[in-house]
Design a protein around this ligand. Structure first.
Ligand code: C5P
Length: 223
């Protein structure tokens, strides 16, 4: 029997990261934050001073960058290591998000990261969040969610997240950056941001986090 997968795709700030983590905790399943993988490659490329528009260099970077996730014993957030350095905080900035989105349009970069993402599928189950989890990476997933929220609400959530981390941002610039990144993610020819035909759409605008978690869990354990 294949290991069950729940995919949660959606635009930035839709809350997929938070929802995926909480649902994985409740189910006792593994978690794949695929955005962190694209961010890690983009970050490694920037740090190395590589030309982000050089598809071959970016593909080599995707193939060779060592990306590891470590669950803290104290139950805090997952740490992400890029070439053995804890880069969790650096990866979260909107600058790295924009770099990730720029290199994510390169088909050979995406292809280089497929096996890595598949390797997260281990018993008893996997919750995978990203843009193409239900459409490209795990098309056979039994449960697929496409999570959205209004652009205003997504910008406000990201604003709060970044503010809480002590990062200097303004709501207006964040809204513009998020809209630009979403437009690029949705318009790219390879693995664009779009719901799988069999995905359940959830608009989380104005919904408390626990209500979204319950809704997602109800799709796995239908009442
Ligand atoms: O989800 P997150 O904001 O961390 O993702 C950063 C960027 O990585 C996205 O804007 C998108 O361009 C890219 N990405 C992707 N496919 C995924 C996850 C993220 O192209 N499955």
């Amino acid at each position: 029997k294949p290991v069950p997968v729940l995919t949660i795709d959606g635009p930035s700030g839709s809350g997929k990261g938070t929802i995926a983590r909480l649902v994985a905790e409740r189910l006792g399943w593994h978690l794949l934050d695929s955005g962190a993988i694209y961010r890690a490659v983009g970050y490694a490329a920037s740090m190395a001073g590589l030309d982000l528009s050089d598809a071959d260099a970016m593909t080599r970077c995707a193939e060779t960058t060592k990306i590891t996730f470590r669950d803290p014993k104290d139950g805090g957030e997952t740490r992400v290591y890029v070439n053995s350095h804890d880069s969790t905080d650096e990866l979260r900035t909107e600058t790295v998000g924009a770099v990730a989105s720029a290199i994510a349009v390169i088909p050979s970069v995406r292809a280089a990261l497929v096996d890595k993402q598949h390797s997260f599928r281990r018993a008893p189950g996997l919750v995978a969040d990203g843009r193409d989890m239900g459409t490209v990476i795990f098309p056979d997933a039994a449960t697929k969610v496409f999570l959205t929220a209004s652009a205003d609400e997504r910008a406000r959530r990201r604003y709060k997240q970044l503010k809480d981390k002590g990062l200097a941002v303004t709501l207006m610039s964040l809204l513009r950056e998020i809209e630009a990144r979403d437009a690029r993610d949705a318009a790219r020819p390879v693995a664009p941001l779009k719901p799988a035909p069999d995905a359940v759409l959830i608009d989380s605008t104005g919904m408390p986090v626990n209500a979204v978690v319950d809704k997602v869990l109800s799709l796995i354990h239908p009442a």
